[in-house]
Design a protein around this ligand. Structure first.
Ligand code: AMP
Ligand code: ZN
Length: 664
């Protein structure tokens, strides 16, 4: 097949798979097959930049950096919604509508109110051209590059769509995706995100679209605005939008009376707990677009729509006891142990109290009757104390001053909400937590060893830290509970096999606070081996791209502790990888150190990603926009004229791909 046709066939196929997977939730090939095809397309595209297409599925992985989001005035204003909380509110609204419209039959479309961040997408001739946040309703931020990485947002429409229109929707994170993100953060010693909505909304404003691409965001759509639209009702609009490839939930219902509307509300107030994402109400809309037009808008909201807010479910129960959990990093979390109570379909026994301030603010005490709420959120929270039920002799809670596990005095750093147990080498949950992190899949990935066995090994005195894992023998672990010869062998073999895990993952496995997977990679690349890294000062560390003061301080602190130095020395003696491999080193140099490049246009020999990688591997820095700090602008074909002018004005030398290749 001719190359162009081959590329197009691959693109079409991948688009269809994206649609099946992300819009219909119905994949027809495995993730692996999909990745292979995507790789194939990437290779073709890099070899043939002349067939560039702004809607190619390969662009979904992101990579553009936006430093400042441009403000865009919405062509059609984005309104808010009026709220109602009862059947009476709804009936009053219906009466107001009827007064304006006169004696006509009004039908309503009921949709769920998705709890996320509003977005407006502009399509022209079937192509996504802009994505703008709601902002203040009149103007918002241009987040197009970030939105393009969300796979349920079609870059190219199908069917008989209007030439130009805006479509509005909500960017959400599924509960499952949100939980996964938090697991990873906790594994990296970072604080968990509070809720899916704020996290979704924060994701839109990340500077690196490749980071956005990694987040399991989705876009649910509900409204189209524009001229010459080929439909007459809200309900029809939803159907059309689905046909053109948008993800529009099918829960929507056409209702003829307020009674039917209330029925829908009551039904979904229960069923919403089974949905994969959070909703906070029902939006009721006058179905006919002509009537919508007649009704118009108030200063703030459409007269033709009304949000019916679900009540966050609330129950009261007794708080038996406040206990304290110690995490891998020593962070203390107070936990409310409750008299079990049914809430939003699940039995709740415990709720997080977050930190000392939270307890003080709400004046929560053991023995209190408290109100527990579960909005859409996954984790129930205590929102208030029922003071009428407080017994006379009740005493204010005094926060613990010593670690419940090791009795060390707790510390609280300035500006931090959490208390910490500083005894990182002697506090049992910190010790086992660190070892569990060390063996985890993304770190040393030790097969044949699980979290519970780590606790057992520690309890039996066989390990005190992760270096001790490498001293285990079959004979030592065989006598353990539930340990057969075969499993003992697997454990020892698994530990031995981990000695070939590459340096950057060993670095991540060490469990240095704030050193997650990405930071570990950056540090490994910048320092190449552990000895150099251990000698680095805070000033040197912050000079590394993307390493901030908080990380630098934590790294220096970690390696300044003698116990950590000893452990690293032992791990080295067991043969773990503490420097980049020959192969990794060969592809690297320092020749571009101190130089900052901006890459623009289409290139002949190398793909753009490859070019950027080459710059970084050789010690250079890649920036997204030209400034006085730019050393070179590497210009390919079809470079934007504004970039050229800017470079010329600032006196930044413009070089070709060949000039660049000669440098490295
Ligand atoms: P509020 O933020 O409380 O003023 O509610 C208005 C917002 O609800 C709108 O800006 C939308 O982003 C959001 N929303 C969520 N689901 C829907 C829906 N099905 N129809 C209309 N708006 C919705
Ligand atoms: Zn402790």
């Amino acid at each position: 097949m001719e190359v162009k046709a081959k590329i197009e066939a691959l693109r079409d196929e991948l688009r269809a798979h994206n649609y099946n997977y992300y819009v219909l939730d119905n994949p027809t090939i495995s993730d692996f097959e999909f990745d292979m095809k995507l790789k194939e397309l990437q290779t073709f595209e890099e070899k043939h930049p002349e067939f560039y297409d702004a809607t190619s599925p390969t662009l979904r992985v992101g990579g553009t950096i936006t430093k400042n989001f441009e403000t865009i005035v919405h062509e059609h204003r984005m309104y808010s919604l009026d709220n109602s909380y009862s059947k009476e509110d709804l009936e009053d609204w219906e009466k107001r509508i009827q007064r304006i419209l006169g004696d006509v039959q009004v039908a309503f479309t009921c949709e769920l109110k998705y709890d996320g961040a509003s977005i407006s997408l502009t399509y022209e001739n079937g192509l996504l051209v802009k994505a703008v946040t709601r902002g203040d309703g009149i103007q918002g931020d241009d987040v197009t590059n970030n939105i393009k990485t969300i796979k349920s947002v079609p870059l190219q429409l199908k069917g008989d769509y209007p030439d130009k229109f805006d479509i509005r929707g909500e960017i959400i994170l599924t509960l499952e995706g949100f939980a996964k993100m938090n697991q990873e953060r906790l594994a990296n010693g970072e604080e968990a995100y509070m809720n899916p909505r704020n996290t979704a909304s924060g994701s839109l404003k990340l500077q690196d679209s490749a980071e956005v691409a990694k987040r399991p965001l989705e876009c649910l759509l509900y409204s189209i605005v524009g001229k010459n639209l080929n439909f007459e009702t809200q309900f029809e609009m939803l159907k059309k939008a689905r046909e053109w490839g948008f993800k529009v939930p099918t829960v929507a219902k056409l209702c003829k009376t307020t009674n039917e509307v209330m029925h829908f509300v009551e039904e979904w107030d229960v069923k919403r707990h089974d949905l994969p994402y959070e909703t906070d109400g029902v939006v009721v809309k006058v179905n006919s677009l002509r009537y919508q037009d007649e009704l118009g808008y108030t200063a703030k909201a459409p007269r033709w729509a009304m949000a019916y807010k679900f009540k966050a479910e609330q129950v009261s129960t007794v708080l038996h006891q406040i206990t304290y959990q110690v995490g891998r990093t020593g962070a203390i979390t107070p936990v409310a142990n409750l008299k079990p109570v049914l809430l939003a379909g699940t039995t709740v026994k415990r709720a997080s109290l977050h930190n000392a301030d939270q307890i003080a603010k709400l004046d929560i005490r053991e023995g209190d009757t408290v109100f527990v709420e579960k909005g859409g959120e996954i984790i129930p929270k205590i929102i208030a104390v029922d003071f009428t039920k407080r017994s006379i002799g009740s005493e204010p809670t005094t926060y613990i001053t010593h670690c419940p596990e090791c009795e060390t005095g707790l510390i609280r750093n300035e500006g931090e909400a959490q208390h910490f147990c500083p005894n990182d080498t002697g506090c049992p949950p910190q010790i086992t937590g660190r070892i569990q992190h060390f063996i985890s899949r993304k770190a040393m990935d030790i097969e044949g060893l699980g979290g519970e066995t780590v606790e057992l090994l520690f309890k039996e005195g066989l390990i005190q830290n992760y270096a001790d894992l490498y001293t285990l023998t079959k004979e030592l672990v065989m006598p353990l509970e539930r340990m057969a010869e075969k499993s003992a062998e697997n454990l020892v073999n698994g530990v031995a096999a981990s000695k070939s895990i590459p340096f950057e993952r060993v670095l991540f496995a060490l469990g240095i606070r704030y050193v997650g997977e990405t930071v570990a990679k950056k540090l490994a690349k910048a320092y190449k081996n552990i000895d150099a890294l251990m000698k680095a000062t805070e000033e040197e560390l912050v000079a590394v791209d993307e390493i901030g003061g908080r990380i630098a301080e934590s790294v220096v602190q970690f390696f300044s502790e003698v116990s950590n130095q000893e452990i690293v020395a032992r791990l080295k003696s067991y043969g773990l990888q503490f420097s980049l491999s020959e192969e990794q080193l060969q592809n690297q140099s320092d020749v571009l150190k101190g130089k900052t490049f901006v890459v623009s246009g289409v290139f002949e020999t190398l793909g753009r990603t490859e070019l950027k990688k080459l710059i970084e591997d050789n010690g250079g820095k890649v920036a997204s926009s030209i400034s006085s700090k730019t050393t070179y602008l590497v210009a390919g074909d079809k470079m934007g004229p504004s970039k050229r002018t800017k470079a010329e004005n600032l006196g930044v030398p413009i070089i070709s791909e060949q000039d660049f290749l000669a440098m490295v």
